[in-house]
Design a protein around this ligand. Structure first.
Ligand code: R5P
Length: 291
């Protein structure tokens, strides 16, 4: 049975349909003081249950909803509770950089487990420095990827010219590799140095992109600064057409306009976060992980 959290609207139902499982709706209310109320509208006794809830904006509220749903599912007698958290917020602080900082990824991992999850699934977790995802969680944890599906979208829609899948920074190599492999294309990555929240400096490597179409792929587009900088470098290298993809469209401010204005064919994302560019659903990737 798939219990539907509210973030993003409709994703849990898509996952249930893809899995051929019963979709269990949730009644949700908010109180004037900001507290929320959830009620799972079916009997979960003895069932294997997946609670689907992204922790996109507003993350604190969506996390609270997730914790309430996980705890309620366990308390209502579910035999096994899987937390499916397509976008896992608070993952960017996966290390203590300054003394006294909370390592928020570890904190949410503990809370997910203690709320009642027996296992956890995420999609393209933004955790670049941790040794292994399973070790971060005390329960079985799987990091799924949407990179192949994103690359296949472009490959199916366009007649790509000798394409290269490219990560805008070293950490994105993991996604460019999977994207490239999925469509039988080369893959590579660039070098990025962050100068501030919205400013990055990207150094080109010896990229073989001249006259070739490029799929620029990353886990997150937030301010769009990374993609815009990468696009400018590519244009200086005489690239062909540029296609941009990310798994999680955080899209702060005018990120999308900045990227489109930099001159690209199309910008797409998945539906882990609601957006106007969510062209690829992660429902099939999640469904496959269960069977
Ligand atoms: C960073 O390591 C991530 O993979 C993304 O590159 C980053 O979150 C993108 O942020 P922005 O769109 O603000 O440049």
């Amino acid at each position: 049975m798939v219990v539907g959290g509210s973030a993003p609207e409709g994703l849990a139902e898509k996952v249930a349909n893809e899995m051929g499982c019963e979709f269990v709706p949730v009644e949700k209310k908010s109180f004037p003081d900001g507290e929320i109320y959830v009620r799972i509208l079916d009997d979960l006794e003895g069932e294997e249950v997946a609670v689907v809830q992204s922790t996109c904006y507003p993350p604190n509220q969506n996390y609270m909803e997730l914790f309430l749903l996980l705890d309620a599912a366990k308390d209502l007698g579910a035999e096994k509770v899987s937390a499916v958290i397509p976008y896992l917020a608070y993952a960017r602080q996966d290390e203590r950089f300054e003394p006294g900082e909370a390592v928020s990824l570890n904190t949410v991992a503990k809370l997910i487990e203690s709320a009642g999850a027996d296992e956890v699934f995420m999609v393209d977790l933004h955790a670049h420095r941790i040794e292994s995802v399973p070790e971060t969680f005390g329960i079985p944890a799987r990091n799924l990827t949407a990179a192949p599906a994103l690359a296949e979208y472009f490959d199916d829609k366009y007649d790509l010219n000798n394409p290269v899948a490219l990560g805008p920074d070293g950490e994105a190599e993991q996604w460019s590799k999977k994207a490239g492999e999925a469509i039988g294309a080369d893959w590579d990555f660039m070098i990025k140095k962050r100068l501030g929240p919205e400013k990055v400096e990207i150094t080109p490597r010896e990229l073989d992109v001249e006259d070739r179409d490029v799929i620029l792929i990353d886990d997150i587009i937030s301010t769009g600064g990374t993609m815009v900088e990468a696009i400018q470098i590519l244009k200086n290298h005489g690239v062909g057409d540029i296609y941009v993809a990310c798994t999680h469209p955080v899209l702060s401010g005018n990120a999308l306009d900045k990227i489109k204005g930099a001159g690209v064919m199309e910008v797409i994302a998945t539906d882990t976060i609601e957006s106007e560019i969510g062209k690829v659903s992660v429902a099939p990737v999640i469904s496959e992980a269960f069977f």
